[in-house]
Design a protein around this ligand. Structure first.
Ligand code: F6R
Length: 608
C-alpha cells in the first residue's frame, strides 16, 4: 500500500525524502507528495503519477528547502488518484500536514462531525479528517493531541505529522500499519519499510501499535498513549535491500500469501458497521435489485474462478440466478443480457482487455455493471456503474493470491448487501454470515501457521508429472484456482475436475503415483468425496486431502491430510484456497523456478 518517509537532521530534506520514496516504489503507488518545514511554515508539493513527475515539479522552478519533512507515495483507496487526493494533507489553517498509510474505517462519521464544526474538505480521502482533527484537538502538547486523535480513529494507520509550531521536531504514530524509526547521527527518520532509510542508517526501532514517536535531529522519544516515555531497544539491520523489500521473504508471492489475513480484514471491516453491510458509493437500490432477472459474473483467469465460487455464494444467499462466463468468451457468445441483468465484472488490475471489452458489451446490451476491482482509478473502475474496491494493496507477484482472496470476500459482501436490501435473511441468519466473515482473517492466519505441513507434502511430490484437483460444488470451484496456481508457477500439468465427473473419462489418466489433491470441505458431500478418494487410490494415486478440523476419518483414506478451521459453508473457499496457494508455492520453490515472474505470463493482460 502507501509508503511513508520522514526526515529531520541537518541536510536538505527533499533529496532524502525523494530517495526514500523511490525505495518504497515496490509497494505500488499512483501519486506522491512531500511536505517540508521551510522558515517556520509548511510547504507542500504533490502530484498524481510517478515520483519523476513530482521531481520535475520540484526542479522546474518550484523547489523547496528545509531540513525536516515528510513524504508519501499513495496507493489510492478513498478517492481516485489525483493531485488533490495525494498526500500530505493540510489542516484548515495549514499549521499541520499529515501523511497516512492505512484505512480509517469511521472517516465518514468523523468527516460529518468536522463539517458540522465548520471544517471544509477539499479531497475525497479518509486522511484529510486526520489533519483537521489534529488541528481541532491541538492544545499545545502534540503528544496529548495525537493520543486524543488516535483514540477516535477506527481502522489502520501509520501517520507522519508536521506541526508549524514545532520547526525542528515532528511526530509519528502507528496502529496495524507498519512504521519504523531510523536512528542516525544528528539525523533521524521514519519509514514504512527499512529500504527507505538503509542508505542512512541500519539502526531502527520497530514501532508497536499505539506508540507515538517524537523526532528531532538529535533525539528520538517514544511515548505511549498516556504520554509516558517507553524504552525501546534498537534493532540492527544486516539484510540486503532486495530482501527487505520483500519483508524478509524470498518472493513477493509468499509475502502476499502471508498478507492475506490483514488485507481480508481491510476489505471487510470498514464495510461492516453495527452488524450491517455498508457499501459507500454503491447505488444499487432495493427497487433495482428486486427487478434483477439474473446476475452475470464475467472475468478472466483467477478472477473468473472467484466468479465460479460467487455463483454458489450469491445463489445460496439470495436465490437469484447467476451465470458465470470467461470474459473472452462472453463478448462473442451472444449472451442473454438485458436491462434487468446485473453484470458483475471482477479484475485485480482493472485493465484486463478482455474484461473491459466484456463489460462494454454488457453495457451495450443494456445491463448495469458492477465492478470488483483492486486498482483504484483503473479503466474498469472508471467505466463501471458501481465499484467495490478490494483494498488488497499492490500485488506484485504475477500469480495472484491476496487479490483472489479479497475478491472472494467482496463477493460475499455484495451477496449480503443484496440480502440486506431485499430483507431476505432473518436476523439470526444474517448475524451468522457476518460472524463468518469476521472470523476469516484469524482462521486464515491459523492455516498460515500450519504451513510446515503443506511444505512437507510439497516436498514429497514436487517431481510429479501431473496433479489432479478434485472437489464438488464449492470445493470444485476452489480446485480450479488450486490447479491454475500450480500450473502457472510450477509448470506441472494439472487439471481440476468435478469429483463426480472424473469417472466419465478422465479417470483413465490416473495411474501409479498420480498426485490427487482432494478437497473435502463441503459437509454434505464429505462421504461422496471419500468414495472418490477410494476410486483414485484403487488406481494407484497418492492423495492429499483438505478437510475441516474434526473430520479425522479421512486419515484412513488419504496419504496426507491438511486441516482447515471450521467455518460457515459459503466462506470455506476463502480458507481452502490458502493451502493450495502454499502447495503451489513450495513446489515451485523446490523446483527453483522464477516464482514471481513465471514464463510467458504478464501481470496485467492488456491485449485481447
Ligand atoms: C492468475 C492470474 C490471472 C488473472 C487474470 C485476470 O494467477 O493472476 O489469471 O487473474 O489475468 O487479471 P485481472 O484480475 O487483473 O483482470
Amino acid at each position: 500500500m502507501c509508503g511513508i518517509v520522514g526526515y529531520v537532521g541537518k541536510k536538505q530534506a527533499v533529496p532524502i525524502l525523494l530517495d526514500g520514496l523511490s525505495k518504497l516504489e515496490y509497494r505500488g503507488y499512483d501519486s506522491a507528495g512531500i511536505a517540508v518545514m521551510q522558515n517556520g511554515e509548511i510547504s507542500i508539493r504533490k502530484s498524481k503519477g510517478r515520483l519523476a513527475v513530482l521531481r520535475e515539479k520540484l526542479e522546474a522552478g518550484n523547489p523547496i528547502s528545509g531540513v525536516m519533512g515528510i513524504g508519501h507515495t499513495r496507493w489510492a483507496t478513498h478517492g481516485e488518484p489525483s493531485d488533490t487526493n495525494s498526500h500530505p494533507h493540510l489542516s484548515r489553517s495549514g499549521r499541520f500536514a499529515v501523511v497516512h498509510n492505512g484505512i480509517i474505517e469511521n472517516y465518514i462519521k468523523l468527516r460529518q462531525r468536522l463539517t458540522e464544526k465548520g471544517f471544509e474538505f477539499i479531497s475525497e480521502t479518509d486522511t484529510e479528517v486526520i489533519a483537521h482533527m489534529v488541528e481541532y484537538y491541538y492544545n499545545g502538547n502534540i503528544i496529548e493531541t495525537v493520543a486524543k486523535v488516535t483514540e477516535r480513529l477506527e481502522g489502520s494507520y501509520a501517520l507522519g505529522i508536521l506541526c508549524a509550531d514545532m520547526p525542528d521536531t515532528f511526530v509519528a504514530v502507528r496502529k496495524e500499519s507498519p512504521l519504523i524509526v531510523g536512528i542516525g547521527e544528528g539525523e533521524n527518520f521514519i519509514a514504512s519499510d527499512i529500504p527507505a532509510i538503509l542508505s542512512h542508517t541500519r539502526d531502527v526501532y520497530f514501532l508497536e501499535n499505539n506508540e507515538i514517536v517524537m523526532l528531532s535531529a538529535d533525539k528520538v522519544d517514544v511515548y505511549n498513549l498516556d504520554g509516558e516515555i517507553i524504552e525501546k531497544n534498537p534493532f540492527h539491520v544486516d539484510w540486503d535491500i532486495s530482501a527487505a523489500e520483500k519483508g524478509g521473504y524470498e518472493h513477493f508471492m509468499f509475502k502476499e500469501i502471508m498478507e492475506q489475513p490483514n488485507v481480508i480484514r481491510d476489505t471487510i471491516q470498514p464495510r461492516i458497521r453495527n452488524g450491517k453491510i455498508v457499501l459507500d458509493d454503491i447505488s444499487l437500490t432495493a427497487d433495482y435489485i428486486k427487478g434483477i432477472n439474473k446476475i452475470y459474473i464475467v472475468a478472466c483467469g483467477s478472477a473468473y474462478h472467484v466468479g465460479v465460487v460467487g455463483k454458489y455464494i450469491i445463489e445460496g444467499i439470495n436465490r437469484i440466478p447467476v451465470e458465470v462466463a470467461v470474459a473472452s468468451e462472453f463478448r462473442y457468445m451472444n449472451p442473454v443480457v438485458d436491462d434487468k441483468t446485473l453484470t458483475v465484472v471482477i479484475s485485480q488490475s482493472g485493465e484486463t482487455a478482455d474484461t473491459i471489452a466484456a463489460m462494454r458489451e454488457a453495457k451495450r446490451l443494456g445491463s448495469r455493471t458492477f465492478a470488483i476491482v483492486n486498482v483504484v482509478g483503473s479503466a474498469i473502475a472508471r467505466e463501471a456503474d458501481d465499484v467495490l474496491y478490494t483494498w488488497a494493496g499492490p500485488e506484485i507477484s504475477v500469480a495472484t493470491t491476496k487479490a483472489y482472496s479479497t475478491q472472494l470476500t467482496a463477493i460475499y459482501l455484495l451477496s449480503l448487501y443484496i440480502a440486506q436490501e431485499l430483507e431476505q435473511l432473518d436476523d439470526e441468519q444474517f448475524r451468522m454470515h457476518i460472524e463468518t466473515l469476521e472470523a476469516l482473517p484469524d482462521n486464515i492466519a491459523k492455516i498460515l501457521d500450519n504451513k510446515g505441513e503443506i511444505q512437507y507434502a510439497a516436498s514429497q511430490y514436487y517431481n510429479a508429472k501431473s496433479v489432479f484437483f478434485l472437489g464438488r460444488t464449492l470445493d470444485y470451484a476452489v480446485a480450479l484456482e488450486g490447479s491454475l496456481k500450480l500450473k502457472e508457477i510450477s509448470y506441472i500439468h494439472s487439471e481440476a475436475y468435478a469429483a463426480g465427473e472424473l469417472k466419465h473419462g478422465t479417470i483413465a489418466l490416473i495411474e501409479d503415483g498420480t498426485v490427487v489433491v482432494a478437497l473435502c470441505t463441503v459437509k454434505k458431500l464429505f462421504e461422496k468425496m471419500l468414495s472418490n478418494i477410494k476410486e483414485v487410490k484403487a488406481r494407484g494415486a497418492v492423495v492429499i486431502a483438505i478437510a475441516e478440523e474434526g473430520h479425522t476419518e479421512i486419515e484412513k483414506e488419504a496419504d496426507h491430510v491438511i486441516y482447515i478451521p471450521k467455518c460457515g459453508e459459503l466462506a470455506i473457499p476463502s480458507e481452502t484456497v490458502v493451502p493450495l496457494q502454499l502447495f503451489a508455492y513450495y513446489i515451485a520453490s523446490l523446483k527453483g523456478l522464477d516464482i514471481d515472474k513465471p514464463r510467458n505470463l504478464a501481470k496485467s493482460v492488456t491485449v485481447e
